[in-house]
Each structure stands twice: as structure tokens, then as C-alpha cells.
Design a protein around this ligand. Structure first.
Ligand code: URA
Length: 426
């Protein structure tokens, strides 16, 4: 005979009550075993969505998610470990540059990543544009590469917080994704289970992010920072603007090429600025007294990148193929670029073939968008604003239908939100 019933747990949360440790532990365990039905868990998630969780409830919920799977052990490495998590943006290729850069500063970076869904791209999809590169590594291979190279970007194993996959799939179809305790426990359970010593969180705010306001971003950031710190992971969050796409390139191979440009000392200024901003926090978190800008400019980060790609079967020097179909989008009038809408550019890249609607869909390596202008630029009528890349006319037509409203051109230069907004720590 059970001490708990799913209906009691649901009604307690629905009526604004607090769940005991034992109740949380029972309901998540019973759901994982299939003893609590999807419709009951959906109802509980909706009650959490409306009534939130106290810090003690959230901590316990997160502990149970961690306990649902394995924990990677990264202790015993000769360098401190530090990772980064981004809440997801358009053109966000920062991990490709940041992991080797922070390794070049002397830390080990276990960047366990995912594939993209919807308008935000996934780090693994980007690197898979490099022929031969392997995303799947065993735990032993991850440890070995962290010791020999200092950086690994690979698929997060199915064993880390496995209940998150079941809960996330349910949240996705029940309108319960946008809940701060549910997002925080989902992200942090996987990062804590990964075993990193320290973590920087890049919390995106704006049109192209799933959090649209600074107030919500602050709340999410401080909830995740508390969860990390309470679990012994030194955690700092940086709020960053995601109104416009990051850099010029949006799409898998296009973003790898742009990342290599930055690693070679060039590339767009905003990509370099954000990478260095996050790298500085990461080295600070693990007590390394090195300026990451020096390691970027002296070529040592690029050297680590090449070794990291080679260790996973890819050729870092291969020139990635361009799409067979390319088309420019021209400015309808002259003036100043008042905005470039990250969401619209992200959805265009997805329609062109760079992203997927379902987890099992394939993605095109070459498809995507090059943004040829930035907010605040002066443009003439007929000047190219974007370049669309697709593998065939059908995808090109879908992208063309979407890009029309991505840039607004006005008579004034308009205010530009700084990229690095606020740092949140405990
Ligand atoms: N990313 C996650 O891993 N989980 C969420 O709930 C939202 C974003």
C-alpha cells in the first residue's frame, strides 16, 4: 500500500500547498517506473507552472532528477573542470570557440551538448557539418580527451538525468515548458550529473530567446545559480542580449566557418566579445589567472580546436561546402537598420533546412542565412541584407517566404542593447 497518491500530490500543489521531500521523491520515482500516468504528471506540471516551487521543493525535485540516472566522475583530472550552458539563441556558435579557448587557458572543458530543435541550432548539428566528426563518446573517452586535449564537445549520454527526457517531452505538448522551476531543474540536473566543478550560464534575453524580459531572465538565472552553488558547482550566470542573431552566420557549416574565423583572430566583433566575456568568468571560477584574449590572439585556442576536432575523427582544415542554391535579399529602401529579428532569421534558417521540427529529422549541413548588415548600419536601397543558402529550390522557397520581415529599416539609428547585460552570482 502506497503512502502517497498521485491525486493528493496534484491537489496539494494545485491548492498552493508545499510538497514534502518524500512526496516529491515518490511522485518522480513512480512516474519513472510508469506507475504515475502521463495525464497525472501533466496535471502536476501545470500546478507547478501556476504555483511555482519553494527553494527546498526545487532542490529536492532536482536531486530526484539527478538520482534518476548516472553521475559522471571527472575527479582525478590534472586540471579543474568548467563548463558553459546557454539557454539557446540564434547563431550561437560560442561553444565551438569557448571550449578550446578555456582549455588553452589551462582548464578542462566537458561540453556535453544537444541537437537543435525549432529555431535554435544545436552545437552537435554544427560540428557534424565537419565530415567524419563523431558526437558519441564513451565516458572513458571523454575523460581521456579532457586529459590529453583539455576540451570535449560531445553528445550528453542518455544516462544523465534520464527522467528529464520524459518530463521534457510531456512539457513540450502540455504548455508547461516556460516555468522557471521546471526549466531550472531540467538544465541544472543534467549539468550537475555531468560532474563539472564550475559552470557559467549564458542566459539569453530578447526576441530570439525563449525568455523575453530581463526580469524573467534574472529570476531564471538566480534560481539556476542557487541550485548549482547548493550542489557544490561554482556557478555564475551572465545575461546576454538575443534580439539580433549572434555574428553573421546562422546555419551549421556557416557557423563552423565563422567560429574558425574567430579562432584565427578575425570574425564578427560580437562573437569575439561574448566568447571572451564568458571565458573570463570561466577562468575566474576555477582560479586560473590568464587573460583569454591572449590565448585567442596567440593562436593557442585554435591549436586546441584543431586537436579537439581531430580527436573526434574530423578534419579541422577541410573547407566546408557551400549550398548549391544561394540568393540575396535586398533592402527595399535606404536608411538605418533599426532591427534584425533573431527569431525571424532563426525560423528562416530552419525553413531553409538548417533545423528540425522533430528530434529524429535530418538537418542540412550547408543551409542557412548570412546576415550582411547589423543593427545601426546605414544601407542604400537595393543593398543586400541577407544571403540565403539552401540545398534545393523547395527549401529556398520556404526560407524566402519567411525572411521578408527580418530586418526593419528606419530613418534613425535607434538604441542598441549592450550584448553583455548583467552578471548574476550568489
Ligand atoms: N533546456 C532544457 O534543457 N530544459 C528546459 O526546460 C529548457 C531548456
Amino acid at each position: 500500500m502506497n503512502e502517497f497518491s498521485a491525486v493528493d500530490v496534484i491537489t496539494t500543489k494545485r491548492d498552493g500547498g508545499h510538497l514534502s521531500e518524500a512526496a516529491i521523491s515518490w511522485v518522480l520515482g513512480a512516474y519513472a517506473r510508469g506507475e504515475v500516468a502521463d495525464e497525472q504528471m501533466s496535471s502536476l506540471l501545470m500546478a507547478v507552472f501556476f504555483n511555482g516551487m519553494l527553494p527546498g521543493e526545487l532542490r529536492c525535485w532536482t536531486d530526484q532528477m539527478i538520482a534518476s540516472g548516472e553521475r559522471l566522475s571527472l575527479s582525478g583530472l590534472s586540471r579543474p573542470t568548467v563548463d558553459k550552458h546557454s539557454t539557446g539563441g540564434v547563431g550561437d556558435k560560442i561553444s565551438l570557440i569557448l571550449a578550446p579557448l578555456v582549455a588553452a587557458c589551462g582548464a578542462a572543458v566537458p561540453q556535453l551538448s544537444g541537437r537543435g530543435l525549432g529555431h535554435t541550432g544545436g552545437t552537435l548539428d554544427k560540428l557534424e557539418a565537419i565530415p567524419g566528426w563523431r558526437a558519441l563518446l564513451t565516458n572513458d573517452q571523454i575523460r581521456e580527451q579532457l586529459e590529453s586535449v583539455g576540451a570535449v564537445i560531445c553528445a550528453a549520454g542518455q544516462g544523465l538525468a534520464p527522467i528529464d527526457r520524459k518530463l521534457y517531452a510531456l512539457r513540450d505538448v502540455t504548455g508547461t515548458v516556460e516555468s522557471i522551476p521546471l526549466i531550472s531543474s531540467s538544465i541544472m540536473s543534467k549539468k550537475i550529473a555531468e560532474g563539472t566543478d564550475a559552470l557559467v550560464l549564458d542566459v539569453k534575453v530578447g526576441r530570439g530567446a525563449f525568455i523575453k524580459t530581463v526580469e524573467r531572465a534574472r529570476e531564471l538565472a538566480s534560481t539556476m545559480v542557487s541550485l548549482g552553488t547548493d550542489h557544490g558547482v561554482a556557478t555564475i550566470a551572465q545575461l546576454t542580449s538575443m534580439n539580433a542573431p549572434l555574428g553573421r552566420a546562422v546555419g551549421n557549416a556557416l557557423e563552423v566557418t565563422e567560429s574558425v574565423d574567430v579562432l584565427r583572430g578575425g570574425g564578427p566583433g560580437d562573437v569575439r566579445e561574448l566568447t571572451l566575456g564568458l571565458a573570463r568568468i570561466m577562468v575566474e571560477l576555477v582560479g586560473i589567472d590568464v587573460d583569454p584574449a591572449e590565448r585567442l590572439d596567440d593562436g593557442s585556442a585554435f591549436d586546441v580546436y584543431r586537436r579537439m576536432i581531430r580527436a573526434q575523427g574530423g578534419d579541422p582544415d577541410v573547407v566546408l561546402g557551400l549550398a548549391s542554391q544561394r540568393e540575396e535579399v535586398l533592402a527595399p529602401r535606404g536608411g538605418f537598420v533599426a532591427s534584425v529579428d533573431a527569431l525571424c532569421v532563426g525560423v528562416t534558417a530552419w525553413r531553409l533546412g538548417a533545423g528540425r521540427a522533430r528530434q529524429e529529422d535530418p538537418v542540412s549541413a550547408a543551409a542557412g542565412v548570412l546576415c550582411l548588415v547589423r543593427e545601426g548600419d546605414r544601407v542604400e536601397a537595393g543593398q543586400p541584407l541577407f544571403e540565403l543558402h539552401a540545398d534545393d529550390e523547395e527549401h529556398m522557397a520556404r526560407g524566402r517566404a519567411m525572411i521578408g520581415s527580418a530586418a526593419t529599416i528606419g530613418d534613425d539609428r535607434g538604441a542598441i542593447v549592450p550584448l553583455l547585460m548583467e552578471r548574476i552570482e550568489k
